[in-house]
Design a protein around this ligand. Structure first.
Ligand code: URP
Ligand code: ZN
Ligand code: ZN
Length: 477
C-alpha cells in the first residue's frame, strides 16, 4: 500500500512524501510519485501524514472501590484511535500486598481481547518493601521498565522519602526509569483536614488541598533523591511553573553521564485552568484531578517548556469518570471524589488547535512530543513514533484545515468532559495500526486489527543527557 500525495512532518515543517507500507511495517518514505493512486493505494492529498500518537500516561478501565469506575479498555482505546493515538502506556496498580508481576498480569487480563490500540504498562510501586523491590529487575526484563512512585496520597499510595530513595536505587540498578507523582502527601493531608474541619467540602475546594508549594516541594525532593541514587527520573503531570523551574535547575546541574531529569505535561494542565472550580459544581467535578488545574499562566509556562525542550512529552493522564460517579462520591465531600479527567481522544486535535495553530509549538516539535519523544523515552524507539522504514505502520492522516465543534467519543460522558463543545481545528481522518486500517473517514472501522501488549526495552543512553536533549531539540531529526 502506498499513502500518496500527503505531507509528512519534518524539521522544515510539512514536506510532500509518499509512504510505502508492506504488511505491518513502513517499507519506505519516498518523494511523491504523483498521478492517480493505484487500486489499494491511499490518496492523502490535502492532509498531513503523522506517526501514530503515543500517550504514555493513561488509566483505562481503572478499578475503583471494587467496581470498574473509569471508562473501560475498549471504549477508551477506541477514543484513542479516533483521536490519532495508536499506542498508550497504562499503569498497573497492585492491591496492598500484591506482587507487581501479579498486578501487571491482572492489567493484561483486563486489556487483552478488549484493547483496540497497542499498549504498554508501567508498574505502580506503593510498597517499597524488600519483596517488591526484588521484583524490579524481572519486570524490566519482561518489558515493564518504567515504575511510578508517589509522594502524594497519604495512607494510600504515598512513599516516604526514604522508601522513594530505595525504589530509585532499585530502578537505577535494574536499568529502569522512575516516574514520580510529585505532591507532598503530608502537606496535602494537613490542608485537607483543615478544610474538612471548616466544612469546606464542596468540589470547588479540591484545589486548595493541593497547593502549588506542595508540588514544587515534592519535585525538588524527588529530583534531589534521584540524583543521589543515580536514577533517571521523570516528573509526570507537571502542573506548575515552580515545578518547571526545579526541573530546569536539575537539567542544568546534570553532568554528562548523570541520571536524566525528564518532564511530562498533560493536556488539561496546558489548556484548562482553575476557573473551572469556580464555575459551578458540575464543571468543578469534571475538573477534579491531581495535581489540580492551576491559575492561568502556569499552562503558558509549561507549553513554552514543551516547545524549548525542557519538557519532553505531552500526555493526558486519561482517567475518565462519568460525571455521575464523581457526583455520587461528592456527597461525602471532595476528598472522596475519584481523581481524573479524560483527554486521550482530544490530545492531538486540542494541542494542534491551541498550540500549533496559535504559533506556540512548531509542527515538527509537536510531532516529537506527541510520538517520537515518548517512543524514545519509553523504550519503543525503532518500533513506534516515527515514519521511517522498519517501524510499525502506525499512521495517521490529519486534515490541518478542518474547523468544527469537538464532541467526545461515543461512550464518553460529555458532561464530565473538559473539552466537549470546544471549537477546534484539525481532524483525524484515517488511522492505521501496524498497517491495518482502524479509522476511516473519521469513523472507527467495524473490523478492528486489535491492540497488542508491547514489551518495552529502554535505551538508558538516550534518556535525555544534556547532549541528547540538544540534539533532539536543535537537530530536529
Ligand atoms: O487525577 C489523576 N491524576 N488521576 C490519576 C492518578 C494519577 O495520579 O496519575
Ligand atoms: Zn499521579
Ligand atoms: Zn496518572
Amino acid at each position: 500500500m502506498r499513502i500518496q500525495g500527503g505531507k509528512i512532518l519534518t524539521s522544515d515543517g510539512p514536506r510532500p512524501a509518499d509512504i510505502v507500507v508492506e504488511g505491518s511495517a513502513i517499507a519506505a518514505v519516498e518523494p511523491q510519485r504523483g498521478g492517480a493512486p493505484a487500486p489499494g493505494d491511499i490518496d492523502a492529498s490535502g492532509r498531513w501524514v503523522l506517526p501514530g500518537g503515543i500517550d504514555a500516561h493513561t488509566h483505562f478501565g481503572m478499578p475503583l472501590g471494587g467496581g470498574l469506575a473509569s471508562l473501560g479498555w475498549r471504549e477508551s482505546s477506541a477514543a484513542a484511535l479516533l483521536g490519532g493515538t495508536t499506542t498508550v502506556i497504562d499503569f498497573a496498580n497492585p492491591d496492598r500486598g500484591e506482587p507487581l508481576a501479579a498486578a501487571v498480569a491482572r492489567w493484561r487480563g483486563m486489556a487483552d481481547g478488549r484493547v483496540l490500540c497497542d499498549y504498554g504498562l508501567h508498574a505502580t510501586v506503593a510498597d517499597a518493601g524488600i519483596e517488591r523491590l526484588a521484583e524490579v529487575p524481572a519486570l524490566v526484563a519482561a518489558g515493564v521498565p518504567t515504575f511510578k512512585g508517589f509522594l502524594a496520597y497519604k495512607d494510600r499510595l504515598m512513599l516516604s522519602p526514604a522508601a522513594l530513595g530505595q525504589l530509585m536505587a532499585a530502578v537505577a540498578d535494574a536499568g529502569g526509569l522512575l516516574l514520580v507523582h510529585a505532591e507532598d502527601g503530608e502537606l496535602n493531608a494537613k490542608v485537607e483536614a483543615e478544610l474538612v474541619a471548616a466544612e469546606r467540602t464542596a468540589p470547588r475546594w479540591h484545589p486548595d488541598a493541593h497547593p502549588v508549594e506542595s508540588e514544587v516541594h515534592a519535585a525538588v525532593l524527588a529530583l534531589d533523591l534521584a540524583r543521589q541514587a543515580g536514577c533517571p527520573l521523570m516528573v509526570v503531570h507537571m502542573s506548575a511553573a515552580g515545578t518547571l523551574a526545579a526541573l530546569r535547575r536539575a537539567q542544568a546541574d546534570r553532568e554528562e553521564g548523570g541520571p536524566a531529569a525528564l518532564g511530562e505535561v498533560c493536556l488539561h494542565h496546558l489548556f484548562a485552568d482553575d476557573a473551572a472550580y469556580r464555575a459551578d459544581d458540575e464543571r468543578a467535578l469534571a475538573a477534579i484531578c491531581s495535581p489540580p488545574l492551576r491559575p492561568a499562566g502556569h499552562g503558558a509556562a509549561l507549553l513554552a517548556a514543551l516547545a524549548d525542550g525542557a519538557i519532553d512529552m505531552l500526555s493526558t493522564d486519561h482517567c475518565e469518570f462519568a460525571l455521575a460517579i464523581k457526583a455520587n462520591a461528592a456527597a461525602a465531600g471532595f476528598p472522596r471524589i475519584p481523581n481524573g479527567c479524560g483527554g486521550v481522544g482530544e490530545r492531538l486535535v486540542l494541542s494542534y488547535t491551541l498550540a500549533v495553530c496559535e504559533g506556540r509549538l512548531d509542527p515538527w516539535r509537536w510531532q516529537q512530543v506527541m510520538a517520537e519523544r515518548p517512543a524514545l523515552l519509553m523504550g519503543l524507539a525503532g518500533r513506534k513514533g516515527r515514519l521511517e522504514p522498519g517501524c510499525d505502520a502506525d499512521i495517521v492522516l490529519f486534515d490541518p484545515e478542518a474547523r468544527y465543534t469537538w464532541h467526545v467519543a461515543p461512550g464518553s460522558d460529555a458532561a464530565g468532559s473538559l473539552w466537549d463543545g470546544r471549537e477546534v481545528t484539525g481532524r483525524v481522518t484515517d488511522v492505521w495500526l501496524r498497517g491495518a486500517r482502524a479509522v476511516q473517514g473519521g469513523k472507527l472501522c467495524k473490523a478492528q486489527p486489535g491492540g497488542r501488549f508491547l514489551q518495552r526495552v529502554l535505551d538508558r543512553t538516550r534518556l535525555g543527557s544534556p547532549t541528547d536533549r540538544r540534539i533532539d531539540v536543535d537537530g530536529r531529526t
